[in-house]
Design a protein around this ligand. Structure first.
Ligand code: PLP
Ligand code: SF4
Length: 326
């Protein structure tokens, strides 16, 4: 019998030593990584590990998840809450910063812990949508008729079981003002089996238009299983987009970005955003130089059709939308 997505999730690697053994990396390499794990542990599911190159300590997938001692170094301008999100929090779990759409954090938990994540310092509750928070969020949406789209985010909303998601989607579909349901997720990338038949049928059957924004940073993250998962979503009429983060050592060359866009397209995803790194403490070693980012964007425009060029954006705490860059 094949393992369910929940089993794969539960068996994610959380020990640096085990990860290094799996990839045949020098054990001394793992020895000093534990300090960096404090507060934001290593977590990476097996299907994602299986796409890493054995014996390569600078593999672009490995670097995204491997805790490193360099994270513990304090760096000027890098802070715990760079986006000042506590200012736009009308009710717990809900962020209303931009016109027409709200972002609801269903859970702080993720299937994978990405080292550059700006949520790494958030005091999230584990894996729960409190009924009260959800009811309050629905009430807030109803009292703001300008809201037409709800974005389920996190953490990763697909960490919840299909039954629970079904209930949440039904609650949203019952609000006549809403037209669109958006899901921000990395789960189908790290565990493609997450795209179950129950999930696709629930997305196919709601009256809401469904958009799924994936998170892929490197072409190597997309294998045949990911392509099959995306195909299932496409058949359920879900619009598929991708957001990536520009990360030094992972995807900051022109070749990396061109290959990523082409690979995304072959999986049926269009590049949406390429985020400049949020200055969150512990992630400074991924930061790219502004000039380099500009040149990269110009290179993409010169090499790809417009629909394969992601919008490069920065997130500024007090703006009405993400800020286009350059
Ligand atoms: C990014 C973000 C959104 C979505 O913005 P789009 O430009 O529509 O993708 C919505 N709310 C918050 C708080 C966000 O950070
Ligand atoms: S999946 Fe997204 S929210 Fe979760 S750790 Fe990675 S970047 Fe952060």
């Amino acid at each position: 019998m094949t393992a369910t997505w929940q089993t794969i999730l539960a068996q994610a690697i959380t020990c640096p030593q085990v990860l290094c053994d799996t990839l045949s990396l020098d054990p001394t390499f793992a020895a000093d990584l534990n300090a960096a794990c404090k507060g934001f542990p290593l977590r990476v599911p097996q299907p994602f590990v299986s796409r890493m190159e054995v014996g390569n300590p600078t593999d672009p997938l490995l670097l995204q998840v491997l805790p490193q001692t360099i994270e513990t170094k304090a760096v000027h301008h890098f802070s715990a809450d760079p986006l000042q999100e506590s200012h736009h929090n009308p009710t717990p779990g809900l962020l209303h910063k931009y016109h027409g759409r709200v972002l609801f954090t269903l859970s702080g938990a993720c299937a994978v812990n990405c080292r550059y994540c700006f949520r790494r310092h958030f005091p999230y509750e584990e894996n729960s949508v409190s009924k009260t928070h959800w009811q309050n969020a629905l009430a807030y949406i109803q009292s703001n008729s300008s809201i037409t789209e709800v974005i389920l985010s996190g953490g990763d909303p697909l960490i919840h079981k299909d039954k629970k998601l079904q209930q949440l989607v039904e609650d949203l579909a019952a609000l006549p003002q809403l037209t669109t349901l958006r899901i921000h997720t990395r789960l189908p990338i790290v565990i493609p089996d997450r795209i179950t038949d129950d999930l696709t049928s629930l997305l196919c059957n709601t009256r809401l238009h469904c958009v799924c924004v994936m998170h892929v940073n490197h072409a190597n993250e997309i294998d045949e299983a990911v392509i099959a998962a995306c195909q299932k979503l496409k058949q359920a009429n879900v619009t598929l987009l991708n957001q990536a983060v520009l990360l030094k050592g992972v995807n900051n060359t022109l070749d990396d970005q061109i290959n990523l866009s082409k690979r995304l397209f072959s999986a049926g995803l269009l590049p949406y955003y390429l985020h400049l790194l949020d200055p969150v403490s512990g992630s400074a070693h991924f930061d790219t130089d502004i000039k380099e980012a500009k040149a990269l964007h110009a290179g993409l425009l010169a090499n790809l059709p417009g629909y394969l060029v992601p919008r490069m954006v920065k997130e500024n705490p007090y703006e009405q939308s993400k800020t286009p860059f350059p």
